[in-house]
Write a protein that binds this ligand. Sequence first.
Ligand code: SDX
Length: 429
Amino acid sequence: MTGDHVRIDVGGTSYDTSVVTGTEGEQGIDIRDLRSETGYITYDPAFPNTGAVRSEITYIDGEQGILRYRGYPIEDLCAHSSFVEVAYLVIYGELPTRAELDAFATHITRHTLLREDMRRFFDAFPTDAHPMAILASAVCGLSTFYQDHYNPHDPQDVEVSTFRLMAKLPTVAAFSYKTSVGQPYIYPLNHLDYTENFLHMMFAVPSEPYEVDPDVAKALDQLFILHADHEQNCSTSTVRMSGSSHLNIFGSISAGITALWGPLHGGANQEVVETLLRIQQSEDDLQTFVQRAKDKHDPFRLPGFGHRVYKNYDPRAALIKDAAHKVIDKLVGDDPLFDIARRLEEIALADDYFVERRLYPNVDFYSGLIYRAMGLPLNMFPVLFAIGRLPGWIAHWREMISDPETRINRPRQIYTGATQRDYVPIDQR
Ligand code: SDX
């Protein structure tokens, strides 16, 4: 869709272009011919003002705190849907019929096993390896077992790779965890649903039966729904960028997992709980930590707070905070870290520094407290984020590879290095 006329006068040249308008009224100036017509490029480090693509998957209104997958508000999906159904919606664009959902779930169930010789892969890592390192390596390694079926331009290959990734990521995650705790691997059970099966692989042991707690499974399923997509975030942009080289989907998802691991992104949920533990063990009071977060000379920032897009309360954080109440009450009763987190939020939201910068709790602020109450180790928290975000990564990769506007992503730069100079022989330096 194009709209209003735009004229940019620069360097004695008038560049006439138009506005690209989205279905929710977002507008962007189309600068696709700017350099060829004016010799100028734009300068926008970290791209806060740059629309990289047109996408139909997720809509965020950061000012209003709105998040919708394919037009459906996350509040409705959390209340009425399941993660597998939301994965179908995010990937294929429509809510499935009962038959479509059953077929999708069956395809996934049929692919949950890893090739047996992949088990050696996990043994190769040190037991204290971070599971995100194992996850990223294992997902890229998965491609070596399907070399005849990962052509990015073959729709059938893309479809079976979609099922394989959705099915095997929880298995890889659970095997990474079992490796780190020195327990035997627990294989997938086809009679369990997606999230129950993951919890069973994580916490069952061969020596006794393990019953998945339905309330825990429901809460985790809702957390997966809330992580399913978030438009052009760092890891999703990494998936799209790496895929633009016509890299197979396994390699692109592996790249997304490594980008998500960073503490400024999906690694923040681990960082939040580590910080709350430090606060709990510290002599300093909460105000001291809040002051440190505001101090430009102190590298400490409040993990789980702030967001590039949300300048209002992250709608996911509100839903996760509610879920945290229920899960923590049921599993641990009283959690001092949850109390600290809520007090921290209260102090920050009343502090001018946070108010002026519109810094609110984001998706990572409370999620780790739920994972911890479920008995997960801190370094598994980003892994749970990755399992939830997988449908979004897959959906964006599929949208990218089939978009006629897609070309290999290759941004420009403003060079500020040395101008030309002559080589100096080493004995004259
Ligand atoms: C996710 O993009 C997505 O959609 C991501 C995500 C998704 O679903 O994919 O939503 C998931 O990654 C959530 C974010 C998780 N990360 C954290 O919680 C880490 C802590 N947050 C910050 O590092 C920061 O808020 C970011 C990284 C989230 C956003 O960084 P920006 O947009 O580059 O903002 P900024 O660093 O330029 O901050 C603007 C101002 C600065 O102060 P001034 O220079 O204007 O004086 O706000 C300050 C910052 O110092 N600030 C903070 C702060 N976050 C920003 N000050 C203290 N504590 C913080 N947490």
